[in-house]
Design a protein. Structure first.
Ligand code: G1P
Ligand code: ZN
Length: 539
């Protein structure tokens, strides 16, 4: 066991979802080690504790897992449960942390960011409830990492992570478990596999694009092997360290292969994709795209059709920038609806307290109280269960939904790799102008309210300020703007646009939102500040 002297890095501040940097930054001497030691110190030490460990298999995952095992042993941990080959999807890790009643877990992933030596890597800590560490803990990690002078590590050979079973690393048990088995078993408790199997047996066709990322083995086992979907239903199903050069972000831009097929002449009945670490999902019907905000609303309205939610749902939560479509369902069901800041960590307390059952974000994240992460495959299976029970097409289900609740036209525009200083200036200018906005009319819409979103957690009373600028119009339209907390290059400006319609449901969202888009550009002077007139990605 060795104590290694080190020097602090000044940039180890966790963002929306853990610490994310370029892979080469993580590969610098001591960089990973410093942060792992900071995690252990911030949670009160590792001595005697049990952790789960795994990642999405991206480049450097295998090396990082070995380093973390040696550091856990040197810090006195009693057991680490590792996914075979160092692989665990984020929801599967969350499940293991909970099922095995551990003291938390370390997840290696940069989610939907590309992987590779010149791309991105990330690390985050999840709490014993299975959810991402709250801000109080991530702040402590940052403090520890900023002041670190040494870390503990064992000198040892690599542990063989390919063979299932238990070995010892200087007294610490290393338990290698099947990456898929426990997760698949959990899914069987929530959904009616027989009904879905019957649907596939009846000729229902599906495409699941795993984008060469971690969900490949999970989707193949569950959708093809257990539910009987045709072989080849899962495409890009072999995880690769560089995701085969794909950008594993399940949205219409990056999952264009799937989109083309679903909009084409011989489209399957249902299409879905997942991201690098398996917590995101995109859902598409034959010829119709389902926006994540609509997906959340449809799932909330129909969850009772699946056995795991047959008793109904306690409440719903969505991140502030997510459309209010699900709020309408909650009102109809007579259940609570919560609006939280961006990031899954804000759902944890509500889920733990039993106040909400379903939650979601516009950024292709949906989940429930079965784990404490968003869960891509879970959302796909809930959709399949609903389709199997309702025996309707995705298009019919969506149209009926809009007929009943109206349609919240919605889109997000991302301006990527913007100069950080200019982006900050733009946000500061907008913040300064908020007080004068109410009463002003833009594009024929009167501003009802404007603020910088601040959240008080209803369970523990903690507050989070400056969580996004929002401008609310009297007709229910809305503009939200915030800077990304997961990017690794410059700043990414996210512009969220929403407009409610009581009729006329088949418009192109970009057309329906045109006045709101125009108003947003005028308001923030995006072109003036950043030089950008067009977004890089539209979802
Ligand atoms: C993005 C999404 C956010 C999500 C997070 C982690 O964060 O917008 O909803 O929780 O990734 O998947 P952002 O880059 O906007 O800070
Ligand atoms: Zn992810």
């Amino acid at each position: 066991m060795t104590t290694i002297p080190t020097v602090a890095f000044d940039d180890q501040k966790p963002g929306t979802s853990g610490l994310r940097k370029k892979t080469r930054v993580f590969m610098q001497p001591h960089y990973l080690e410093n942060f792992v030691q900071a995690i252990f110190t911030a949670i009160g030490g590792a001595r005697g504790k049990t952790f789960v460990l795994g990642g999405d298999g991206r480049y450097f995952n295998d090396r990082a897992v070995q380093v973390i095992l040696r550091m856990a042993a040197a810090n006195g941990a009693s057991r680490v449960i590792v996914g075979q080959g160092g692989i665990l999807s984020t929801p599967a890790a969350s499940n293991l942390i909970r099922q095995r009643k551990t003291d938390g877990g370390i997840i290696l992933s940069a989610s939907h960011n590309p992987g590779g030596e010149d791309e991105d890597f990330g690390i985050k800590f999840n709490m014993p409830n299975g959810g991402p560490a709250p801000e109080s803990i991530t702040d402590a990690m940052y403090r520890e990492a900023s002041a670190i002078v040494s870390y503990e590590i064992l000198e040892a050979q690599d542990v063989d992570l390919n063979a299932l079973g238990e070995t010892s690393l200087d007294g610490m048990a290393v338990e290698v478990v099947d990456s898929v088995a426990d997760y698949a078993a959990l899914m069987e408790t929530l959904f009616d596999f027989d009904a879905i199997r019957a649907m596939f047996a009846g000729g229902f066709r599906m495409r699941f694009d795993a984008m060469c990322a971690v969900t490949g083995p999970y989707a193949t086992e569950i959708i093809e092997n257990r539910l009987g979907a045709a072989a080849g239903t899962v495409t890009h199903g072999t995880p690769m360290p560089d995701f085969g050069g794909m950008h594993p972000d399940p949205n219409p831009t990056w999952a264009h292969e799937l989109m083309d097929e679903m909009m084409g002449p011989d489209a399957p009945d249902f299409g879905a994709a997942s991201d690098g670490d398996g917590d995101r999902n995109m859902v598409v019907g034959r010829g119709i795209y389902v926006s994540p905000s609509d997906s959340l609303a449809v799932l909330a309205a129909n969850a009772h059709l699946a056995k795991g939610y047959a008793k109904g749902i306690a409440g719903v939560a969505r991140s502030m920038p997510t459309s209010a479509a699900v709020d309408r369902v909650a009102k109809d069901l007579g259940i609570e609806a919560f609006e939280t800041p961006t990031g899954w960590k804000f759902f944890g307390n509500l889920l733990d307290a039993g106040r909400v059952t379903l939650c979601g974000e516009e950024s292709f994240g949906t989940g429930s109280d079965h784990v404490r992460e968003k869960d891509g495959l879970w959302a796909v299976l809930l959709w399949l269960n609903i389709l199997a029970v309702r025996k309707q097409s995705v298009a019919d289900i969506l149209n009926e939904h809009w007929q009943k609740y109206g349609r919240n036209y919605y889109s997000r525009h991302d301006f990527e790799a913007v100069d950080k200083e200019k982006a900050d200036e733009m946000v500061a200018a907008l913040r300064g102008a908020l007080a004068d906005l109410p009463g002003r009319t833009m594009q024929g819409m009167a501003v009802a309210a404007a603020d910088d979103f601040s959240y008080t957690d209803p369970v523990d009373g903690s507050t989070s300020a400056k969580q996004g600028i929002r401008v609310l119009f009297e007709d229910g339209s809305r503009i939200v703007m915030r800077l990304s907390g997961t990017g690794t290059q410059g700043a990414t400006l996210r512009l969220y646009l929403e407009r409610y319609a009581e009729s006329g449901f088949d418009r192109d969202p970009q057309d329906a939102l045109a006045p709101v888009i125009q108003a947003a550009h005028e308001l923030a002077d995006i072109a003036g500040h950043t030089g950008r007139t067009e977004p890089d990605v539209i979802t």
